[in-house]
Design a protein around this ligand. Structure first.
Ligand SMILES: [Zn+2]
Ligand SMILES: [Zn+2]
Length: 759
């Protein structure tokens, strides 16, 4: 059952409580709960509450806000009543909590998050600050993986079933798309129980000519058993393979490993030469030799061309990000200090080195040569450059669906250590590194150069970034596929891909041109082309962003146009019917005689029938709507045919288009049907509220630049996507397609339908 959220007065404090309980209550029993119970439960779920906490304002000259700070089982919530602002911080997003030196006003507590929010609260009493600090430190990084948020998180019954999304992307399907297995590449079951390499997936794709002993031998000669395997097969038969460094030391050789590389060469009919890319700086690779590791010698591996890509290691990247954030977090930001900070962090230089490597790999593949990529263990830099090279080469990976498939393959299946790199639990802090963040940024830099080549928008990259760290979904938990199997995440947690599948409209770019999205895109890697990604690193500095996002405006305008078009079509039909009823065509210039002849049969469906279709399978409907509703028209439908793996099956994402209701069985427009006409006229918003002034959803969620602002197609008001989750057929629309409406409008329509609300 849906709670009566609208009945809570706007801006009322209870609303805050209600929302919190909506989440935590569902965590516990996932069942219908009454409002009274909600409030009751709510009071007991608050762990701590501190009054009169001031929030230090950094940019604006206005006085520090003062308000209560709540600590719940899942969030820290700060309420600034004066400015009607609420800040919710998920515990798993918190990266650090620091007690700063005491001030006359109280004890400052700085909270920084993995989503780059930085807030300093001044707690009046030292004692409170101390307690809060201890609690937060405990909660933001649990000791065991089973204590993570995803194991408690549960969606309401109106949302997806737990299994949705888990079967959306699998390695076999992805390789089938590339035409593998084929005569030269095959799938091996040698790793079925992770016996060859526990950080690789169960199914490995290797040259068909490679005998078992060669695979096993090579695996023993590679760090962590990560032998060379196929990750991408280009249409031109050039292969992209990945592995870890060889255990070569200064002189060790391995016949099987050398043979395996020969097999990789032979699988490519274009050329006998194989390019081996070591993504590390030369000096690091040489240092590894002393530890019995290292890199391939061209002398031992015939027909190979060897090169270093010079990407720094996880420790350099971690420090670089810390310096970048310091620059973003300057107390009194001055131009010189910021520019120096940005330069001194080296961040953009590192991003460039990743893109440089990816471009060079992509070009080599385009030219028909196969490439083998590794770094040390082959799960950080290797994933970065292999993933990025594929974005450049294959248009599919630039679509919404393909991009997710790429992450599922390159990062999840091949074992990027998300738990360690993101610091999900208490581990050695030296394991934490923004490797995946850098990759998302590298993709972002490329989208900036080729906006029409990407089906998805920046918001998708931000959502992925947030949820990699939020631990709300099981998708990014664990360090490899085996971890996720052992933790039984598919049974116990929700999938992030299922969530994305039901929110696709939010992530479509209005600039995408499928016709232009073909083949290899080669980004310009001149230093001047690199931008600072303000929307990620300074996302929460509300004063720094344009007040309106161009892409949101485009989407809103297009949706509004669609709605009005649809309505006009219906009105035309109505006028025509009325004329025929009166027996005299009204010559109002809106239509012509030709049309009149076409509709010589005066059929009209009672619209009630068309939208009173039982809302049986809410979930199914919702999925279909989400996918069917395409504010940008036709730009994703063909790519995203198989979208949602609900109950383990693939369903076709597109609803068949219903024909005009007037052509189907119906009845004459009769006396007394004036009500129907009024219903129709009232059901479509002629004017839509401008997104310009929109600061807050009626539910009091702030609508900052990062929030998707959605219009209710019936009343034209603006809501956050959470409030705009109902889909109905509007009587005033000719197409009878489902449109998004606010909950209030949903009730009106359902009521006028004399339908039982599905609540
Ligand atoms: Zn509405
Ligand atoms: Zn809302």
């Amino acid at each position: 059952m849906e709670q009566n959220v609208e009945s809570v007065p706007e801006g009322d404090n209870m609303w805050l409580f209600m929302r919190d309980v909506r989440e935590t209550m569902k965590d516990q029993n996932n069942k219908t709960v009454s409002k009274k119970l909600l409030i009751y439960v709510h009071l007991s779920t608050f762990l701590s509450q501190v009054e009169n906490v001031s929030l230090v304002e950094r940019f604006s000259s206005r006085r520090n806000a003062v308000g209560p700070l709540y600590l719940t089982a899942t969030h820290v919530i700060y309420v600034d009543h004066d400015n009607k602002r609420e800040t919710w911080i998920l515990h798993s997003h918190i990266s650090s909590v620091t007690k700063l030196p005491l001030t006359p006003q109280g004890s400052p507590l700085q909270v920084r998050t993995k989503t780059f929010l930085s807030m300093t609260f001044i707690i009046p009493k030292e004692r409170d600050a101390h307690d809060l600090h201890q609690l937060l430190v405990q909660m933001c990084q649990p000791e065991s993986i089973e204590a993570l948020y995803c194991f408690r998180y549960s969606q309401g019954i109106e949302d997806l079933p737990r299994e949705a999304g888990w079967s959306l992307f699998d390695l076999k399907t992805e390789f089938e798309r590339m035409g593998v297995p084929n005569e030269t590449w095959t799938m091996t079951l040698l790793n079925k129980e992770y016996e060859l390499c526990d950080t690789y997936p169960r199914y490995l794709y290797v040259p068909a000519s490679a005998p078992t002993n060669v695979l096993i031998g090579s695996s023993r000669f590679r760090s962590r058993g990560r032998l060379p395997v196929l990750t991408y097969l280009h249409q031109n038969k050039a292969a992209l393979c990945r592995c870890s460094q060889p255990l070569s030391g200064f002189s060790a050789r391995c016949v099987e490993d050398e043979n395996l590389l020969v097999c990789v060469q032979k699988a490519n009919p274009n050329t006998a030469q194989l390019v081996v890319v070591d993504t590390r700086p030369r000096i690091n690779a040489m240092a590894n030799r002393a530890a019995g590791k290292g890199y391939e010698s061209e002398a031992n591996y015939e027909n190979t061309r060897f090169m270093f890509a010079g990407i720094d290691n996880i420790h350099v990247m971690r420090q670089s990000l810390a310096r970048l954030l310091d620059a973003c977090d300057l107390k009194t930001p001055m131009m010189g200090a910021f520019i120096n900070g940005l330069e001194g962090s080296g961040w953009l230089r590192h991003i460039k080195s990743i893109i440089d490597a990816a471009v060079s790999i992509a070009k080599t593949l385009e030219d028909g040569s196969s490439v083998l990529v590794h770094c040390s263990d082959g799960w950080d830099r290797t994933a970065q450059v292999c993933g990025l090279a594929q974005v450049l080469i294959d248009p599919y990976y630039r679509t919404l669906h393909g991009f997710q498939a790429l992450i599922a393959k390159e990062w999840l299946a091949y074992g990027h250590k998300f738990t360690d790199r993101c610091g999900h639990i208490q581990i050695d802090p030296k394991e934490i590194s923004p490797v995946f963040t850098q990759w998302l940024e590298a993709v972002w830099q490329i989208t900036q150069q080729f906006p029409a080549a990407f089906q998805f928008n920046d918001r998708l990259l931000l959502a992925i970034h947030d949820h990699v760290h939020s631990c709300q979904f099981g998708t990014f938990i664990g360090n490899c596929q085996k971890d996720r199997v052992d933790l039984r995440l598919e049974e116990k947690t929700y999938s992030f891909w299922g969530y994305i599948a039901t929110h696709m409209n939010e992530y479509l770019s209005p600039l995408y041109k499928p016709d232009l999205n073909v083949g290899f895109i080669e980004p310009n890697v001149a230093p001047q082309t690199f931008k600072f990604w303000r929307e990620l690193y300074c996302r929460w500095e509300s004063g720094l962003h344009p007040r309106e996002s161009l892409s949101d405006l485009m989407v809103a305008a297009k949706s509004h146009l669609n709605s009005l078009d649809d309505h006009i079509r219906l009105l035309h039909k109505r006028i025509k019917l009325s004329e025929q009823k009166l027996g005299t065509p009204v010559n109002n210039g809106l239509h012509d005689n030709k049309n009149k002849k076409e509709s010589s049969v005066l059929y009209l469906t009672d619209n009630r029938l068309s939208y009173s279709k039982p809302l049986q399978n809410e979930v199914n409907l919702k999925l279909k709507h989400t996918i069917e509703y395409d504010p940008l028209m036709n730009n994703h439908v063909d790519v995203d045919k198989t979208v949602v793996g609900i109950d383990g099956h693939r369903t076709w994402g597109c609803l068949e288009e219903k024909g005009d209701s007037f052509d189907s069985d119906g009845q004459f427009l009769e006396d007394g049907n004036m009500d129907t006409l009024i219903d129709e006229l009232e059901s479509v918003a002629i004017e839509w509220k401008s997104v310009r002034g929109a600061k807050e959803c009626p539910c009091s969620t702030p609508l900052d630049f990062a929030t998707r602002k959605s219009h209710c197609w019936r009343c034209g008001e603006i809501y956050c996507s959470r409030c705009l989750d109902q889909w109905v057929t509007l009587p005033g629309h000719m197409s009878q397609k489902q449109s998004p409406v606010c909950r209030q409008c949903y009730r009106v329509i359902v009521k006028s339908n004399s339908l039982e609300s599905p609540e």
